[in-house]
Design a protein around this ligand. Structure first.
Ligand SMILES: NC(=O)c1ccc[n+]([C@@H]2O[C@H](COP(=O)([O-])OP(=O)(O)OC[C@H]3O[C@@H](n4cnc5c(N)ncnc54)[C@H](O)[C@@H]3O)[C@@H](O)[C@H]2O)c1
Length: 321
């Protein structure tokens, strides 16, 4: 296999709970070039299933064969895996969310990527949820007037395989990014409270209040305690309300005199995300969400932890990009 930007081939590193979805969808899109997992059973299973080369360590992946890589290993390994791939001359990396455990690690990747002209994408998959695209379009066309506030809920039972981080960094970060996306601006301050109930080490419930310019605000609730799954987003504007169920992808628009739920066919957000990644490789363009979005979300997470520890409202400071 040789590099061919017209038909890019991507390797998936980490074929566990979520990585196996990257493998399947990339195969469906014709962009799967190989798989890598330190669990050789998994690597060989997916390599054989999709008839692609497989490796049981990043060090075995050959240079200048793949056009890009998806990093879907546990978050604590992202930095090490990404740096290894950059050393191997990879020019496009899609790194799963959260990009890294903290800002320090994120900048280690970003600085090295800039030196080597590597384009980075972060796996904030909800941006590719058709329900979110519909919300974003309604907001942009003024269907609910000026946004006043928004709220997001993301709850389920603790997925016990996640041991390296808590619900704020793992789960609420999706909605932190969504709020930046929907408001089209960065929050200025955060007040947050996190707590631990069942998880052995990390927080498993969190509530955040983000404030934006002109007293606009967003409330984010996330937990790993609720025995069923809810992922919802609500936008309250001066002229109406948008409610989005991010699981069923159903969106309802309400105004003073009307309430409509337009039909839209369900489609897999990961397919849209990976299509975008492949298209960027073909066009040589910068993927979005990219490193700036990764860093800004992490900065909000770090400010939220600080707020929860101190009981204070915290100003969110991010480095200029
Ligand atoms: N975008 C989303 O909605 C979404 C959903 C779930 C998980 N994720 C993210 O995806 C990443 C993986 O999560 P998961 O739930 O699939 O984890 P997982 O533990 O189920 O799978 C991780 C896999 O990576 C392999 N691995 C570990 N270290 C490796 C290394 N150095 N090289 C190669 N393989 C290695 C493991 O053997 C395992 O198969 C995490 O960052 C997580 O936050 C994102």
């Amino acid at each position: 296999m040789t590099l061919n930007r017209e038909k890019p081939k991507v390797i998936v590193v980490g074929t566990g709970g979520f990585g196996k979805n990257h493998v399947r969808v990339l195969a469906e899109l014709g962009g799967l070039g190989g798989v890598c997992d330190i669990d050789v059973e998994k690597a060989s299973t997916y390599g054989r299933l999709y008839n692609v080369p497989y490796y049981s360590s990043v060090s075995e992946i050959p240079e200048n064969v793949y056009d890009g890589a998806v990093v879907s290993t546990p978050t604590f390994t992202h930095k090490e895996v990404a740096l290894q791939l950059i050393l191997k001359n990879f020019k496009y990396l899609l790194i799963e969310k959260p990009f890294t455990r903290d800002l320090r690690e994120a900048f280690e990747i970003i600085n090295q990527a800039r030196r080597e002209r590597v384009k980075l994408m972060v796996g904030f998959i909800e941006r590719f949820n058709p329900a979110v695209s519909m919300v974003k379009n309604y907001v942009a066309e003024g269907a609910v007037g000026e946004i006043i506030m928004a709220s997001a809920t993301r709850v389920r039972r603790w997925p016990e395989r996640i041991t390296d981080l808590g619900v704020l960094l793992d789960t609420a970060i999706h909605d932190i990014d969504l709020m930046r996306h929907v408001f089209s601006e960065d929050p200025l301050k955060v007040y947050a409270k996190v707590g631990r109930s069942m998880h052995r080490i990390h927080e498993d419930y969190a509530t955040l209040i983000l404030t934006f310019k002109a007293e606009k605000m967003a409330i984010i609730q996330a937990n790993w305690l609720t025995p069923f799954k809810i992922r919802s987003l609500e936008i309250i504007g001066s002229e109406g309300v948008i409610e989005a169920d991010l699981v069923s992808q159903q969106v309802t628009l309400s105004s003073k005199d009307d309430r409509i739920t337009p039909f839209s066919e369900w489609s897999e957000p990961l397919r849209h995300e990976l299509k975008h990644f492949l298209e960027c490789i073909v066009n040589g363009s910068n993927p979005s969400p990219g490193e700036e979005d990764a860093v800004k979300a992490l900065a909000i997470v770090e400010s939220s932890f600080k707020s929860s520890e101190t009981g204070n409202v915290v100003n969110i400071v991010t480095q200029p990009f």
